[in-house]
Design a binder for this molecule. Structure first.
Ligand code: TYM
Length: 340
């Protein structure tokens, strides 16, 4: 049976990349799949977080899920640390994954920067916790943006090595095709990698110093208008065909954003706007972004004003998530030879 798992870190503001690269796909997948959508607070503390801000940020991600149209009844929306099996399985995976595998993770290299001796061990082990998130539910599909592809591939490696290392014990328990499935990343679409509005060669990110580099889900109409008006472009008019976007990363990014927000293919967007100057295209893009994001931001603010409601959804989600996770974690313990 197919099962979807994904998560978002409660750090900083949610931006258009998180929305188009991940949340929009979550909203679609709930129609066809059993889904778990997690707020990964344990991943957030791999970097320093102020406790009160972290608590707020956790609720804000849950609010964003709901405000974007994810139904908390049909799906499981929950917070990672409230299901302690995530940490338990992560430890087992720390003993399965190899140092060499984690040394190759580009996100670790980016986040650690030059001062490798001084980052937390949690930041290094981040991907084994992510593998635990996914495999604790034996999830088969993982909707993420392009930047998480390497982590999902590592998750497959961990699953495969666990299946191999314990193959006899697994077979003895009646599993004929290994214990963990090899989960597939779902990355496709025109917004798998949304780029910075200031620099088409950098991805849109929570950590970029410039507010003008990203649209936040919480931005009001004025902010959206300004940021899109100031978005970097080149002097040529828009091309009429995809070919013409080659070597024009800023134009390609804006067309991709328009396509993802409108649900119209990039070809069709160019057929409509090809030959136009950026200024008129940008006005249409700003109108579209305000139309799509405005109501979500407003609903998020409304939900954040009712933390009791959010906390109840997260508690309920944790109970439902644990009902799936606990029997799987028990089997892992039996397979490995841990007494319970
Ligand atoms: P995080 O919190 O950095 O980002 C959340 C989701 O947003 C996507 N994303 C983007 N997509 C397109 N363009 C961008 N510029 C962009 N920036 C971010 C990310 O790819 C992600 O899908 N490690 C994960 C969280 C995680 C997780 C998991 C995901 C923890 N456990 C298990 C899936 C399954 C992360 O840091 O995402």
């Amino acid at each position: 049976p197919e099962r979807v798992f994904s998560g978002i870190q409660p750090t900083g503001n949610l931006h258009l990349g998180n929305y188009l690269g991940a949340i929009v796909k979550f909203v679609a997948l709930q129609e066809t799949h059993e889904c778990l959508f997690c707020v990964v607070d344990l991943h957030a503390i791999t970097m320093p977080q102020a406790p009160d801000e972290l608590r707020q940020a956790i609720r804000r991600i849950a609010a964003a899920y709901i405000a974007s149209g994810i139904d908390p009844v049909r799906n499981i929306i929950f917070n990672q640390s409230q299901v302690s099996e995530h940490s338990e399985l992560a430890w087992v995976f720390n003993c399965v994954a190899r140092m060499g595998w984690l040394n190759r993770m580009t996100q670790f290299k980016d986040k650690a920067g030059k001062d490798r001796e001084n980052v937390s061990i949690g930041l290094f082990a981040y991907p084994t916790l992510m593998a635990a998130d996914i495999l604790l539910y034996r999830a088969t599909h993982v909707p993420v943006g392009e930047d998480q592809k390497q982590h999902v591939e590592l998750t497959r490696d961990v699953a495969q090595k666990f299946n191999n290392d314990y193959s006899e014990s697994i077979a003895a328990r009646g599993h004929t095709a290994g214990f963990f499935p090899l989960p597939e990343p779902l990355i496709q679409g025109p917004a798998a990698r949304v780029m910075s509005l200031r620099d088409g060669s950098k991805k849109m990110s929570k950590s970029d110093a410039s507010e003008f580099s990203r649209l936040n889900l919480s931005d009001d109409a004025d902010a959206i208008n300004q940021k899109i008006r100031k978005a970097k472009t080149d002097p040529e008019p828009l091309p009429t065909e995809l070919e013409g976007l080659k070597g024009r990363p800023e134009a390609e990014n804006l067309i991709g954003i328009f396509s993802a927000l409108s649900g119209v293919t990039p070809e069709k967007v160019l057929a409509d706007f090809g030959g136009a100057q950026f200024s008129s295209f940008k006005q249409s893009l700003a109108d579209l972004a305000i139309h799509k994001l405005g109501p979500i931001g407003a609903e998020m603010r409304r939900l954040e004003g009712d933390p009791g409601y959010i906390d109840q959804i997260l508690r309920d989600g944790a109970v439902r998530a644990r009902a799936i996770a606990q029997p799987i974690m028990n089997e892992v313990k039996d397979i490995v030879g841990l007494l319970r």
